[in-house]
Design a binder for this molecule. Structure first.
Ligand SMILES: C[S@@+](CC[C@H](N)C(=O)[O-])C[C@H]1O[C@@H](n2cnc3c(N)ncnc32)[C@H](O)[C@@H]1O
Length: 459
């Protein structure tokens, strides 16, 4: 792990709250509350903190250290007792909590959307402190699922970098990850109206302003594969290349590659460009876990992730499963989906059901109006993933498109993740998201690089 962040932040006013916390696997953990020192102190372990406190003349004061890297967890109680004896300090303001997860890397999620990236990074053991996006519904969804985090609803292009300082200041000295999964529509192959130059392309460089300013320990970017080369005016570097230069020029180790989410257990073909960068060590990309040659014997399937959800009809909302709501279908489209076998599509329909534009032997767009195959991964979910006419989004066994809850499951959102907004808005949030499971797998490597252990031992 590299030296603590050298943020160009003003010194915090004294006295400042300096305690950080630790979670002991399977044990109560100690969290100092209301502790103050004359100077900020973030220490590796709690015994060091006690000594520091004493050296500062801080008898009767106690500060907590970031003990997350303390390997000998079982020995902490013993070390605490020894430190108390050695320093004569009295422990004050300690309280116990059980079951809270150890979270060390602090995440600022730029272009957070509903929080797919954040959900995955949180599952990897990180602490989400801030989301940023312009979309009101995504902001509501984010707030509902990350009550521990702050949110800035603002256009990144007009946001001063200093606006982040108050959010980062309390975490000074701790590893921070900036996630910048900028909008992918300008590059997406599904976007047929793509313009040669779209000002959204440059949003990555807007994100770069914040990376330059704060130099977070870690950077994570996900986008569609063409992102690597597109979007430049004739005499400019593609933004991705310019961003790489920015990172390398600021001392980052960088790696980027195209990964397929299904190789990591996501029940979906979803190829994405992933960039990881670190000021310290940088683990190799995580090895695939799923596929025919893996011990699990194949890819995760649609049915494994949605097969247990209760049936609903087209246009229906389930009364108790949150967001289990399917778009309505016209009588003609109900006949069409009824005539579509599992894994099949419009080519299986009798002539009277075909679309006029497909009548003269047109063989393209075979996925539209298609039905998913229950024993295979789904096709890549888009922002219209609950619309039959926009892709292979038909339910494998029921005559309707998948519900928003099913779409969320196929994106590997946890079942208790709730979405706010209307049907189309929620579909957009889900289709836009980084699959949390993919973000978790990548996040586990950052956690390993921070000197911490992934809770499940992955990476
Ligand atoms: C690909 S989505 C991000 C998905 C998110 N990372 C996730 O995993 O759920 C891109 C997001 O960028 C947001 N966005 C677009 N333009 C923006 C801007 N100028 N400033 C801030 N956010 C913007 C969109 O509202 C959208 O939610």
């Amino acid at each position: 792990m590299s030296a603590p962040l050298a943020w160009r932040l003003p010194d915090p006013p004294a006295p400042s709250v300096v305690g950080t916390h630790d979670v002991l696997a399977g044990m109560p953990f100690l969290r100092p509350i209301g502790t103050h020192l004359d100077k900020p102190c973030i220490m590796q372990d709690i015994a060091q903190c006690a000594e520091y406190s004493q050296a500062q003349g801080g008898r009767r004061r106690w500060v907590g250290g970031d003990t997350s890297r303390l390997r000998a967890r079982a020995g902490l109680a013993h070390r605490l007792a020894a430190a108390r004896k050695r320093t004569g300090l009295r422990l004050i303001g300690l309280h116990e909590q059980r079951g809270e997860r150890r979270m060390t890397i602090k995440v600022v999620d730029f272009f957070s959307g509903c929080g797919g990236t954040s959900a995955g990074l949180r599952a990897a053991g990180m602490d989400i402190i801030l989301g940023l996006d312009t979309d009101a519904d995504a902001a509501d969804t984010f707030a509902a699922n990350f009550p521990e985090a702050d949110f800035i609803r603002h256009d990144i292009r007009t946001l001063e970098t200093e606006a982040l300082a108050p959010y980062l200041l309390p975490h000074r000295g701790q590893p921070v990850l900036f996630s910048g999964c900028a909008p992918c529509q300008p590059f997406s192959q599904q976007n047929r109206r793509r313009k040669t130059v779209d000002e959204r392309v440059a949003l990555l460089l807007q994100f770069g302003r914040f990376v330059e300013r704060y130099r977070p320990e870690f950077v994570f970017v996900e986008n569609v594969p063409p992102f690597r080369r597109e979007g430049a005016m004739a005499d400019e570097l593609p933004p991705f290349v310019a961003f790489l230069q920015l990172l390398r020029g600021r001392g980052y180790r960088v790696d980027h590659r195209v990964v397929d989410a299904r190789d990591y257990g996501v029940p979906q073909w979803r190829k994405r460009l992933v960039l990881v960068a670190s000021l310290g060590s940088l683990s190799p990309f995580p090895s695939p876990t799923h596929g025919p040659d893996m011990s699990v014997g194949g890819y995760a399937t649609v049915w494994e992730w949605i097969g247990d959800l209760p049936p609903i009809a087209a246009g229906e909302t389930h009364p108790s499963v949150p967001n289990h709501r399917a778009a309505g279908l016209s009588p003609l489209n109900l006949r069409r989906i009824g005539a579509t076998p599992a894994g099949g599509g419009r080519l299986d329909w009798p002539a009277e059901l075909r679309l006029p534009c497909h009548l003269k032997g047109y063989t393209g767009h075979t996925d539209v109006y298609g039905r998913m195959h229950k024993d295979q991964p789904a096709r890549g979910l888009t922002t219209r993933c609950i619309s039959l006419s926009n892709g292979r989004f038909g339910h494998p066994t029921q005559d309707r498109a998948i519900s928003v809850r099913e779409a969320a499951c196929l994106q590997t959102f946890p079942r208790d993740f709730v979405f706010r907004g209307g049907l189309d808005s929620v579909a957009r949030q889900i289709g836009n998201a980084v699959p949390p499971l993919l973000a978790e797998r990548i996040g586990a490597c950052f956690v390993a690089d921070s000197g911490d252990d992934h809770p499940d031992g992955a990476c």
